[in-house]
Design a protein around this ligand. Structure first.
Ligand code: G6P
Length: 471
């Protein structure tokens, strides 16, 4: 069988036990460990511009190679200028906020978009030297929307697919990006484009039909820019049994530390990168509202928020960090007692094997992003629970995961009073109802597992005729 070549901006840390950077890297690594293959991406390192002769695409160095079981990882450095334009600029200063419907936080500079294209071309140049003609290429996420276009320009006719881990916004939102037409034209060079939910796929198809005058055929096939693009919905999942085992294996010292601090208080847990799309500000406000209106829970509950800083050189991320530090202090100042801190706010990451026992110990998993492609923390929390005595997931209706996990307590994260009421309901929920909800969620998660996500996307990609995209 032909080789699978995976491309993403960030590749997973090879060392076991490092904090995971986000759902993508962990999910792809789990998936690749199974089939083996090649994974190409950024090393996470930058080199000064002065090391690179002007007008070359990138450091002329060959990519670094490492092996992790059946996976060969190739990583390349970025110059400081590439990093600024591509990663900090267009990918995370423009695309990320727009994809998450936060158009007010998006900035746009033509030069940064050029940098984004330059880095996509730089990845393509390295890949062109690595891939064989019958390899299938699976690119991931919003950093690489222009990769297939660059690979095609280099003469590659391989089957190419992109899976978008983030939401795909409605056309009225996407068109706020001045180069939306260039982006979608580039996307049309893929043979297969996969989305987390039908809503995301629908938004892409609507753009193709209404903005481009393209056609939609049955079976998710789109005709645009003289090409035939297959689209599909592939909700990313988790390895349910392995996560439950990790939750039970827990390091005794960390659990003892947690218990010592917590006593017999009920734990509410939230874990995510410190990102404005995650709804932390609204969540803090909802928790404050909960404390103000439910005095009976005082001293009986504790909310632990784990939020490792992320993309800290993008202005919007600095702003949210400053704001939350102030809010955490203010809420504790208002409600804390000598022997009770209602909120513990930790700005640091933990490896998954340490998080899983925390999830298992938490009475409530509070996952309330304003928008999220999927949100794997929601699924990890459910997987970690003891089926005999499970905790309750309070989940934003705007997370992709809400499509599958509709047995969670679904909330609108903008509605503080509703989130506060959901917390009260979750904490007081009788065992039988908790079990019913948990069983229903596990059933869906076992069906839509990580393996199924990988197998379905890979099978659909392999099914395409070589260079089938040419209409
Ligand atoms: C999200 C994105 C990923 C990204 C991760 C971490 O999950 O979908 O593509 O890798 O966040 O963000 P970072 O900017 O640190 O790679």
């Amino acid at each position: 069988m032909s080789r699978l070549v995976v491309v993403s901006n960030r590749v997973a840390p090879i060392t076991e036990g490092e904090p995971t950077a986000g759902g993508l890297a962990a999910g792809v690594m789990d998936a690749l460990r199974h089939s083996g293959g090649l994974w190409f991406g950024w090393s996470g390192q930058t080199v000064p511009d002065t090391l690179v002769p002007p007008d070359t695409l990138a450091p002329g160095l060959p990519p670094a190679v490492a092996r992790s079981g059946p996976v060969t990882l190739y990583t390349t450095d970025l110059t400081q200028r590439d990093y600024d334009d591509y990663y900090r600029g267009f990918a995370n200063g423009t695309l990320w906020p727009v994809l998450h419907y936060q158009t007010g936080l998006a900035r746009f500079e033509h030069g940064e978009f050029e940098g984004y294209r330059r880095v996509n071309a730089h990845f393509a140049r390295h890949l062109a030297a690595l891939v064989a003609p019958d390899d299938v290429i699976w690119a991931h996420d919003y950093h690489l929307l222009c990769l297939a276009e660059s690979l095609r320009a280099a003469g590659l006719r391989n089957r190419m697919g992109l899976f978008l881990h983030t939401p795909f916004p409605a056309p009225a939102v996407l068109t706020t990006v001045p180069v939306h037409a260039e982006l979608v034209r580039a996307l049309c060079q893929y043979d297969l484009v996969g989305f987390q939910t039908e809503g995301d796929r629908r938004a892409f198809a609507d753009y193709i039909r209404h903005e481009l005058g393209g056609e939609e055929l049955p079976g998710g096939v789109l005709l645009a820019h003289g090409r035939r693009i297959r689209t599909g919905v592939y909700p990313i999942g988790v390895q349910v049994e392995a996560l439950r085992a990790e939750a039970q294996a827990g390091e005794p010292e960390s659990l003892a530390a947690l218990r010592a601090g917590l006593g017999d208080r009920a734990l509410i847990i939230s874990v995510e990168r410190l990102d404005y799309s995650k709804g932390l500000r609204q969540r803090f406000a909802a928790y404050e509202r909960f404390l103000a209106s439910h005095a009976a829970w005082h001293r009986r509950v504790e909310y632990v928020q784990i939020a490792p800083p992320s993309r800290s050189d993008v202005e919007a991320y600095q702003a949210i960090r400053r704001e939350l530090e102030g809010e955490a202090g203010r809420i504790n100042g208002r409600f804390a007692e000598l022997d009770w801190m209602p909120l513990r706010y930790l700005n640091r990451g933990f490896p998954r094997r340490r998080l899983m026992p925390l999830y298992a110990a938490a009475r409530v998993g509070l996952v309330t992003p304003l928008r999220d492609g999927m949100n794997l923390v929601a699924k990890e929390y459910v997987a970690a629970q003891d089926p005999q005595d499970p905790g309750v997931l309070v989940l934003s209706r705007f997370a992709g995961a809400a499509r599958e996990l509709d047995a969670a307590l679904l909330v609108n994260p903008h509605d503080e009073a509703a989130v506060a009421a959901a917390l009260d309901r979750a904490l007081a929920m009788p065992l039988e109802e908790r079990q019913e909800r948990h069983t229903a969620m596990l059933r869906v998660m076992r069906r839509n597992s990580l393996e199924r996500w990988r197998d379905r996307f890979e099978a659909d990609l392999r099914d395409l005729e070589s260079a089938a995209g040419a209409a």
